[in-house]
Design a binder for this molecule. Sequence first.
Ligand SMILES: [Ca+2]
Ligand SMILES: [Ca+2]
Length: 355
Amino acid sequence: MMKTKTKKIFLACLLGGLTAIFLLHQGLALFNKPPRSQSLGNRETKVTVNAQSGDRCPQNMTWIESGTFQMGSEKHYREEGSVAKVKVTGFCIDRYEITNTQFARFVEETGYTTIAERPLSAKDFPNLSEEQRSPGSLVFIAPKGKHPVRELSWWHWMPGADWQHPTGPDSNIEGKEDYPVVQIAYEDALAYAKWAGKSLPTEAQWEFAARGGLEGKDFTWGDTYSAKKANTWQGLFPYQNTEEDGYLSTAPIGSFAPNGYGLYDMAGNVWEWTQDWYRAGHEGKARQVNPIVSNPEDSFDPREPGAAKHVIKGGSYLCAQNYCSRYRPSAREAQAPDTGTSHIGFRLVIIPANS
Ligand SMILES: [Ca+2]
Ligand SMILES: [Ca+2]
């Protein structure tokens, strides 16, 4: 269940940040209820051992050997510093972002309903109409023309947007079996992880794995940006996307070369949830083993004090050189746990019993 406090944060985001949300909401009074289930096959996700990982990891996971690394960066956004030398003990991590096929299997087996598919309760939001409480999520819509637009005004509340309808009720995931699942709130990712018998990565695990064995490099592949190395945005965000990398939106998992540890899409495609609560910086992490910010009361985003948020990593297809540019291992962003969007997904980790 979504807690009242976090629901209010969610609503404040909708009401405070994006006036257009409810205008749009009001304008979409009638829309066809999307079908609730959609078969996407029955691909195996969590069994057998992986010979390439020394029989330690489940299928499609890679063993990351214990090690120390320089977490963060002092060359980019302030929240990425200070650099902290930390140790991470060994773990297995998914080679790919979780796909629509995998999430569909979870839903088929459990009947799980994501946050985006649930209406807000009349008890918690008595002043909203039933229509305003109807299920939906946030969708990126590029502004028309090239006139200046307000920061984040490209995010729109879209009734009927959910993981099976990533950009609204008229969209679907047919033919996107191997695309990363999106419109997943933190609670949804946790539910999937519990079902799979795995965990969301900590920020330290995620960043250590993303670096792929490179020390202190800007990108998962080195120090020079390339449109050919990850699914990002080329052109002037949010107006023009030249699609130099071949993808306007999400790409099938594994469409770009893996990093040094054989992990795909650790840069771009979709942002990925981590366990850590967000603070702007890495204060107190130096010399720790498996550091984690595990207490929501320690979360602090100076842009929105009082709202506890999780760290998301890796950037997305919406990160461009002129905006965001967070398709880097040290980059991080804060995300309200109740809010899935059309550019956030996840992958999982597990520490095998024999490690
Ligand atoms: Ca792209
Ligand atoms: Ca990613």
